[in-house]
Design a protein around this ligand. Structure first.
Ligand SMILES: Cc1ncc(COP(=O)(O)O)c(C=O)c1O
Length: 429
């Protein structure tokens, strides 16, 4: 089921799923199996040659994971999706078919700290590199692109500050220079923002966050729009040229809009093995069924808490893009009209010491390195999630040393405000 005429609330429950043909089970079963019996030798050969689509081995495909792939692809308006073992795995899986030693990716300065480290340090081991630019400076984005650039990467709502990227404007630059735009849509989810509608080629998610929604799963997904012409420039030989491991098959020529998805499964998961397990897929499917309800409440609560914090004299500033005072306020309507998410930072008077006292004094908020949970969460990003960055990188990312990051949950907002009130009193006493 992938009919785009159904509404979001219907698709988040039904897309990709049908009653189990063997048993009639209404919920998607957890297919806890490693392998699948072939009908005969010809069937096995056809599957291994990619001449027939089916299940071989759960490192590549699994029926529970396949339902999740179709569900997320549908919600994002993509052609196909590949689930992975984490959000970070999804980022590598998105870049893998595009990059080669000596190639680079132009990335936003406003990213999750772990992604900054992945892009500055770890990808160097593959011979790849990243150029960091402020995505609000479109001329700088274009100027950073060179002959060896293979993609542009940003977050829709950036962690930790909740800043919003003008996706259409960045996609126009990507189009002009003939490169795919990859958008990490983790903090927005497809309920608040659908990057493909703004011109993104690929969308990546950490399923770990709002999509599962309750801090119970680690997972990721790459969604392909199916719209990029991988053969036009000669820059993406993994997708356009004969693949030796499949007897010279050309992914783009053979699979058209599903080329990236098939490559992700048949090469990426097969050889890198960053596979999502069926249990995790099941929990994520259950989480997605209530995505719109949760996101509405996350946004309502975040707005109320941010407004309260902003008027409090013990707080210097609040970065929530849903506040009229935010420089990104005008982008909410354009990029994520259902709301600016529930992730933002605020600066406590008294700097780092007050931040730490505040965190230690909270009762409802949990002090954890996660976001997108039903529970409200808090962390001091500069000393944790963004610790590997130098101070300039921290400030550019929005993880200034004097701010704490909150991920506002779906509890009673008055309780959250009361908790912040008592903790601020202790922190600034
Ligand atoms: C915006 C964003 N993208 C990606 C990731 C990485 O996801 P995972 O922890 O599932 O690898 C995170 C983790 O916090 C994140 O916040």
């Amino acid at each position: 089921m992938s009919d785009q005429t159904y509404g979001f609330d219907t698709l988040q429950i039904h897309a990709g799923a049908a009653p189990d043909p063997a048993t009639g089970a209404r919920n998607t079963p957890i297919y806890q199996t490693t392998a699948y019996v072939f009908r005969d030798a010809d069937h096995a050969a056809a599957l291994f040659n990619l001449q027939e689509v089916g299940f071989i081995y759960s490192r590549l495909t699994n029926p529970t994971v396949a339902v999740l792939q179709e569900r997320v692809a549908t919600l994002e308006g993509g052609a196909g999706a590949v689930c992975c073992s984490s959000g970070h795995a999804a980022q590598i899986m998105a870049l893998f078919p595009l990059m080669a030693p000596g190639k680079n990716v132009v990335v936003s300065t406003r990213l999750y700290g772990g992604t900054v480290t992945q892009m500055t340090q770890t990808i160097k081991r593959f011979g790849w590199s990243a150029k960091f630019v402020d995505m609000d400076d479109l001329a700088a984005v274009e100027a950073a692109v060179d002959e060896d650039t293979r993609a542009i990467f940003c977050e829709s709502i950036a962690n930790p500050g909740g800043y919003i990227t003008d996706l259409r404007a960045v996609a126009d630059v990507a189009d002009k220079v003939g490169l795919p735009l990859i958008v990490d849509n983790t903090s927005a989810t497809p309920y608040l923002c659908r990057p493909i509608e703004h011109g993104a080629t690929l969308v990546v998610h950490s399923l770990t966050k709002y999509l599962t929604g309750n801090g119970s799963v680690t997972g990721g997904v790459v969604v392909d729009s199916g719209t990029f012409d991988w053969s036009a420039s000669g820059k993406f030989p993994s997708l356009s040229d004969p693949e030796p491991a499949y007897h010279g098959l050309k992914f783009h020529e053979t699979f058209g809009p599903l080329a990236f998805t098939f490559h992700g499964i048949a090469i990426g998961l097969r050889d890198l093995g960053m596979t999502l397990n069926p249990q995790a897929a099941h929990y994520t499917l259950m989480g997605i069924e209530t995505l719109s309800l949760r996101m509405e409440k996350h946004v309502q609560n975040a707005r109320k808490v941010a407004q309260w914090l902003e008027q409090d004299p013990r707080v210097d500033y609040v970065t929530y893009a849903g506040l009229e005072s935010s420089k990104y306020f005008d982008r909410v309507e354009k990029v994520c009209p259902r709301g600016a998410g529930s992730l933002f930072t605020f600066a406590v008077k008294g700097g780092y010491e007050s931040c730490i006292k505040l965190i230690d004094s909270l009762e409802i908020f949990s002090h954890v390195a996660n976001l997108g949970d039903t529970r409200s969460l808090i962390i001091h990003s500069a000393s944790t999630t963004h610790r590997q960055l130098d101070e300039n990188q921290q400030r550019a990312a929005g993880a200034d040393p004097e701010v704490v990051r909150v991920s506002i949950g779906i509890e009673d907002p008055d309780d959250l405000i009361a908790d912040l009130d008592q903790a601020l009193a202790k922190a600034t006493a």
